[in-house]
Design a protein around this ligand. Sequence first.
Ligand code: HSE
Length: 407
Amino acid sequence: MKKKLTLGLFGFGCVGQGLYRVLQETKGLQTEIRRICILNPEKSRSLPAELFTTSREALLDDPEIDVIVELINDPDKALDIVRGAVNRGKDVVTANKRMLAEHLDEILALQKATGRSILYEAAVCGSIPIIRNLEEYYDNDSLSRIEGIFNGSTNYILTRIDEERLSFDEALKAAQDLGFAELDPSLDVEGFDPTFKLSILIAHAFGKRIPPEDILRIGIGKLSPSDLSYARKNNLKIKLVAGAYSTGETITALVAPKFVRDNHALFPIRNEFNAVVVEGSFAEEQLFVGKGAGGNPTGAAVLSDIAALRYGYRYEYRKWQENTKDVSSEPIIEVSVGFENPNLVSFEDFIAFYGGERVGKMNRMWGSVSWQTLRLWAETNGISVVLSPEALPAVRTRLTIAEQALV
Ligand code: HSE
């Protein structure tokens, strides 16, 4: 049965204010924000002062509040708030992807132990309802791939550099001014943020626990002007692609810049838009697109979770398997690698060598490398790695080759 909900809100930044706005404009929801807990009482606010408090207990101990909405930045404090809320019999809506990705086992255990619901659609790809779809629609389909653009800021930066020739710093500043970037923008630029989101989606899509540190991560910070001009000359786009590819047993999971061709689903995804490609054995390939960052789109996802709580909605984690990691480090990945110093990259690193070129001071090589080499290059300064358009799903390509061999 639908019920009226009273909310306690932690955080009144970009998303908190977005939620407030969308709540104001949503008629008939029967939901009110009773108190807002903030960090800095000195900041001038657009709402009456009595709505705000700096006391966490003022919300957690208020028996009138039945849902805690957690929209703060600090993942440790966020986890503490979630624990405090469910242990006091309150449901939770949170957008804290880092907290969720790093503590997903505890988040599941807390829900099981307390019977409360913790919903977090807004934590992954902003306004795209991907978690709810994985939970409800794809719960019986065995998925082979989940791949996409999971970070609005880097997609915005890459778009503006490509289309308007902005410098990296100008584009990053614009993403910050629009409220897309994290407080620490290196979480976006270095690809941490999409690894958090990918880790969460892997749990819902494949039922496996792959913590963010097990996901191979290459950000956009080391991209070179030569990568960008190569893309332009060849009608390619560079996208920061997050992907998880399943064999049914193991998962290959990585976040890395990739050259995409104009026939790829991610090619037209511009600015702060995110996209998720889901590939299942029955439904085959499907594409979800929507704004992945910004106060209103993310606030709308929070609102949707709040509305779902009125019906007692909870995630079932139907595919969840205890104690599995099953991350694969076998794949051979096709890449373009750019470097100035030839000592950093050698022919021996390539499993198959396809070719090379020199643009100004930059050397570029194309070829296939092992997972271990890719991990090493990801951590080496002076090397920029971009996955080739054919790079993945490697798992599927290898299966195809094996199948061909059998015929
Ligand atoms: N900094 C994040 C992004 C915000 O740019 O996608 C939304 O999670």
